[in-house]
Design a binder for this molecule. Structure first.
Ligand code: TXA
Ligand code: MG
Length: 336
């Protein structure tokens, strides 16, 4: 049950959206920056606020699965099956778009990304907007930056450039939705995310192709390697190499933060728990991929604001369960 005060804010937000405004709202994955999907002028403002190129399509968020056929002109059985298993939830389906989807939303492509979020505030907002309402919404960060997982992060990213920010607490998933494309002959995972690959494969009873974030020919903004990047340069190292690299950088006078999940290397610390020069700060990350994913962006933001010179992340295990975390770390580590 949502508190009356929050319900009143949701009503205000819905009114703002109906009038063509732009509202940041919580989803279970990350915060979104929403506008009425059927109002091209409002959607255009999202691109302006984010500084996002106009040819990068937005996801259309729906209140429930029954609206799928309104926004997609073809819905294969497999897509329906995934929708009924995982919606509401962190899954986006890419399907041929219907005539109701404007070019502004899809960046001119003939396809549309659809998702029913599970966050109660997102669902209440969609329902308050009216029957069959849809929210076009990317993550509520400036272009190329880490997605926000709290309302405070949205404020840091976008300040008062948006008409309203709804606060629904910290996001439970913490990484963006899994994107599955039904365009072409094979079902393809375009972005690993909140729904693990194994869960999709189990429901579909088939193996899926995962498009490597370096090799995609589809125009997915999240597949640009410069995406999801912290300000502080980040390197990924095996646990065997991590501490040596940290000491090397420390010896050069740099302040270093590590993100470690396997908690090794304690042997390298002095008895007081510090590194030799006290310029290495260690963060212990969860050894469970879902828990790690939930706190990754918030941790990167926190380390960014502590102004380290370098972040060193221990490489995650090379298993399917860690795909989304590994993908986001790889993107975060990119430097031109
Ligand atoms: O969890 C999420 O998906 C969050 C929350 C707010 O729902 N949204 C999100 O949106 O991450 P955004 O715009 O930051 O990332 C959506 C990704 C982009 O990489 C975009 O290019 C891709 O989805 N996308 C959207 N429509 C597409 C389409 N028709 N074909 C291919 N990729 C598409
Ligand atoms: Mg994004």
């Amino acid at each position: 049950m949502l508190k009356p005060e929050l319900l009143a804010q949701i009503d205000t937000a819905a009114a703002i959206l109906r009038q063509g405004g732009v509202v940041a709202f919580p989803t279970e994955t990350v915060y979104g920056l929403g506008a009425d999907a059927s109002n091209p002028a409002a959607v255009r403002r999202i691109f302006k606020i984010k500084g996002r190129p106009a040819d990068h399509p937005l996801i259309v968020h729906l209140a429930d699965q029954s609206q799928l056929s309104h926004w997609a002109r073809e819905v294969p059985d497999a897509a329906r099956l995934l929708a009924s298993h995982f919606w509401p939830g962190p899954l986006t389906l890419i399907l041929p778009r219907s005539q109701h989807v404007s070019d502004i939303v899809t960046g001119g492509q003939d396809t549309v990304g659809l998702r029913v979020p599970s966050h109660p505030v997102a669902l209440a907002l969609l329902r308050a907007m009216g029957p069959a309402a849809a929210l076009a919404a990317p993550s509520a960060n400036r272009y190329g930056r880490i997605s926000p997982t709290t309302a405070e992060h949205v404020r840091e990213e976008l300040g008062d450039t948006v008409d309203m920010i709804l606060d629904g607490g910290p996001c439970q998933v913490g990484l963006e939705s899994t994107i599955v494309s039904f365009i072409g002959d094979t079902i393809t995972v375009l972005r690993p995310g909140g729904i693990p690959l194994a869960a999709l494969e189990q429901v579909l009873q088939q193996k899926l192709t995962v498009v490597d974030s370096t090799g995609s020919s589809v125009r997915v903004s999240g597949s640009l390697l410069s995406h999801y990047a912290p300000v502080t340069p980040l390197e990924i190292l095996t646990s065997a190499d991590l501490w040596q690299r940290a000491c090397e950088l420390e010896a050069q006078g740099l302040r270093v933060a590590t993100l470690e999940w396997s908690a090794p290397n304690a042997v390298h610390l002095t008895s007081s728990g510090h590194s030799e020069h006290g310029r290495i700060v260690r963060s212990t990350m969860p050894a469970d991929p879902a828990a790690y994913g939930q706190m990754l962006y918030a941790t990167l933001r926190q380390l960014d604001s502590a102004h380290f010179d370098r972040l060193l992340a221990e490489a995650p295990p090379k298993t399917a369960a860690w795909l989304a975390v590994a993908d986001r770390l790889r993107r975060a580590s990119y430097r031109e």
